[in-house]
Design a protein around this ligand. Structure first.
Ligand code: CA
Length: 507
């Protein structure tokens, strides 16, 4: 009998009274494990089996934490279905311990470098891309037309430039420009326009009558140019002007060469999407190990997705480097609680139906798995949505969990590349930055062999350790940052649209 056919479950913490089934087809009623546990019914892959009898109302423990309460009596060896799990209340924000268990800094990891592009502001890029920003959606059709011609006719003459990317978005007109929350979409666009992969070349295409005046994206005294379509003489003239201004920038970008940069210049974003019950067992802990390696090498690591850490925040605030960082973390949680309340949404809107099919019963279980991505390092800073990272180490960058919104906000924070874990599978990618996809299960790796970059599924079957996959991912990050290796999303040019987070009113 091969390893894959033996009945396998994973219990994460000795305190856990549920475990998840590893076998890809699930396991039939009557299956006996070597420990003596016998299944009372069929349990699908990734779903939970009870290791003890549970009384009605008894705490269900996974990751050594309460993920819910049993809705009725459940016998040992049963399938702990989602309908049997009652959602616990989230941790009280006023009573969280701050900076009480600051992890010791792990030993520095020296000598790691990548081949990047040095920018004049001291930052480094891992790509050499011309980004053309827009101040309003009205111009996107014209810009897309121009970019398509630039790519066909001009870009081939500048072989050191990787791409020309239009920063299209739905903001700019019909928005309450001075509403307090409007600063989020505005600073997101401002920071994306100056992304380190764009080499400091700032070009903005605007219409001329929009509320988000292009001058807010290129303030007086700062370098950068604006093309205003209402100042142009017809369509052909618009395209001609954009092409000419683009070519000026391509000439200067083309002179750039990769040079050796310390790994500490890297800004790596972490995200998950299409999670399953394996996410917190295989891919996320491996990503957490790689995140620790990056932090040890002096880099900046961003973890995000407020709704997916909210229910585990009591495990994060003790890891804050000081009380201020702990309070900043709570401030972002509170802001999001209020944002959800305003929309009369509650946290049960997450997980998605696919998450549940993959075995995740509720947002508490999802959160406990999600925060494994943050590894074991101290949390040294907190960014509000779309703020640029100004420090090194492990930072919490507050964003919604939506893949595209989180990706867009992490780009605004200066992310060079993103590590994305998935259990159900999603082909997500970004035009401005490589996305490395890490699968939680072997079956997904086999099924999506030309979309998944790193497989963490072998951790569940015991064929690889968390450390093995963590190191593999770390080296892959360095290779991708250096342009030596390509992610599948880069190869297939899978580019999701940017999606701004706009909690402010639209008029
Ligand atoms: Ca996500």
């Amino acid at each position: 009998m091969s390893l894959n056919e033996l009945p396998l479950y994973i219990q994460i913490n000795p305190l856990d009274n549920v475990a998840i089934i590893i076998n890809s087809k699930g396991l039939a009623e009557g299956t006996r494990f070597p420990c003596g546990l016998e299944l009372k019914e069929y349990v699908p892959q990734g779903h939970k089996v009870t290791l003890t009898d549970l009384a009605s109302g008894e705490a269900i423990i996974r990751y050594g934490e309460v993920i819910g309460y049993a809705a009725s009596t459940v016998k040992r060896g049963s399938w702990m279905k989602e309908s049997l799990v009652m959602l616990p209340t989230p941790p009280e924000l006023d009573e969280l311990p701050l900076a009480t268990k600051i992890p010791d800094a792990l030993p520095p990891l020296e000598g790691y470098t990548f081949q990047g592009y040095r920018n004049s502001d001291g930052s480094a890029g891992i790509k050499n891309i011309l980004g053309i920003t827009t101040s309003v959606q009205c111009v996107s059709g014209v810009l897309d037309y121009a970019v398509s011609e630039i790519k066909k006719e001009i870009l081939p003459n500048y072989p050191n430039v990787h791409d020309v990317v239009a920063i299209n978005h739905t903001y700019g007109c019909g928005v309450a420009i001075n509403a307090p929350d409007a600063e989020i979409p505005i600073r997101t666009i401002q920071n994306i326009a100056r992304h380190p992969n764009f080499g400091g070349e700032l070009l903005v295409v605007g219409l001329g009558c929009e509320k988000l005046a292009p001058s807010r994206l290129v303030p007086a005294g700062e370098s950068g140019s604006i093309v205003s379509l209402q100042d142009q003489n017809g369509f052909t003239n618009m395209i001609q002007t954009i092409k000419e201004m683009a070519e000026e920038r391509l000439i200067s970008l083309n002179r750039r060469q990769r040079e050796t940069c310390p790994a500490s210049d890297l800004v790596v974003g972490l995200q998950c999407g299409g999670s399953d019950a394996f996410s917190g067992v295989t891919a996320n802990p491996a990503v957490g190990f790689a995140a620790d390696l990056l932090v040890r090498a002096g880099a900046t690591v961003l973890f995000s997705e407020v709704t997916e850490v909210r229910d585990a925040v009591h495990l994060l605030t003790p890891r804050a480097t000081d009380e201020k960082v702990g309070k900043d973390l709570i401030k972002e949680m509170r802001w999001y609680d209020e944002y959800l309340m305003k929309g009369e949404a509650d946290r049960s809107a997450n997980p998605s139906p696919g998450n549940k099919k993959g075995g995740l019963s509720n947002v508490v279980e999802k959160s406990l798995g999600s925060i494994a991505k943050s590894g074991r390092s101290p949390i040294s800073g907190v960014l509000s949505p779309g703020e640029k990272a100004a420090q090194k180490g492990l930072l919490f960058a507050a964003t919604p969990a939506s893949d595209f919104v989180c990706g867009t906000l992490q780009l605004a924070s200066g992310m060079h590349l993103q590590v994305f874990t998935t259990g159900r599978g999603t082909p997500y990618g970004l035009a401005m930055a490589p996305v490395i996809k890490v699968s939680t299960r072997n079956a997904l790796m086999e099924q999506w062999h030309d979309l998944i970059d790193v497989n963490a599924g072998q951790i569940a079957t015991g064929e690889a350790s968390i450390e093995d996959v963590g190191w593999q991912l770390f080296h892959f990050i360095i290779d991708v940052a250096s342009g030596r290796k390509q992610t599948w999303a880069e190869k297939w040019r899978l580019h999701n649209d940017l999606a701004l987070f706009n909690p402010a009113p639209v008029t």
